[in-house]
Design a protein around this ligand. Structure first.
Ligand code: CDP
Length: 207
């Protein structure tokens, strides 16, 4: 039986960093589910019309495209993520990933609520918006993309708004999620807290 860790939260809150640290520490498989929506968003920007089909045909290769982290693709991902058929087409990919792993960590928006409501650990990772904007600006800078802080913050605000207000699988805090505010935490401290939470749960469940 697989052990599942769901990590949800708003844009640029540090979900990916924490999810990867958990996966590395416990030797679990990691899936960044945002990449699935980003890949469909990129296809949309490239003019593909049948996005349900694009979503059904995604493979590991399509999740490695160098453009996936650009601001334009972030916005497109959030737009296509509203489409019920696209979301439905991606459910199996994510559930199969969990099923075939001894331990799996997935980060996204609806992992705790829709994809894996029975996850062993549910984390809701968040941070104040200005701090998230600064982190995302730095991340983009490290990728060679220079964007004004105000624009980054505005993009995050708009995307959070779309992600929280959409009808299909909106970003919500599950009632049994543990909240992790990373606003004032170093990467190391945030990772340690998350690992400790998973560790406590693992100690009460043998895999
Ligand atoms: O890295 P960041 O938090 O900025 O975004 P991401 O996790 O890569 O997700 C990009 C977009 O995909 C989000 O703004 C959501 O609209 C969508 N998404 C979703 O709807 N459901 C998920 N499980 C993951 C991402």
């Amino acid at each position: 039986m697989s052990f599942a860790v769901a990590v949800d939260g708003p844009a640029a809150a540090g979900k990916g960093t924490i999810a990867q640290a958990i996966a590395e520490h416990f030797d679990f498989q990691y899936l960044d589910t945002g990449l699935l929506y980003r890949a469909v968003g990129l296809a949309h920007l490239h003019g593909f019309k049948n996005l349900q089909k694009v979503a059904q045909k995604l493979d590991q290769q399509s999740l490695m495209h160098p453009m996936l982290r650009t601001p334009a693709v972030s916005k497109a991902a959030s737009e296509v993520a509203k489409i019920a058929e696209v979301r439905a087409a991606l459910v199996n990919f994510q559930r199969e990933f969990i099923k075939r792993s001894k331990g799996a960590v997935l980060d996204g928006r609806d992992i705790s609520t829709v994809i894996c409501p029975n996850a062993d650990v549910k984390l809701y990772v968040f941070a104040n918006q200005k701090i998230r904007a600064k982190r995302r600006q730095m991340e983009l800078k490290n990728r060679g993309i220079s964007v004004d802080l105000k624009k980054v913050q505005n993009d995050l605000r708009m995307r959070d708004d779309v992600d929280m207000k959409r009808v299909e699988a909106p970003l919500q805090i599950a009632s049994d999620s543990i909240r992790l505010d990373t606003s004032t935490l170093s990467v190391k401290a945030a990772n340690q807290q998350a690992i400790e939470i998973v560790n406590q749960k693992l100690n009460t469940k043998s895999i």
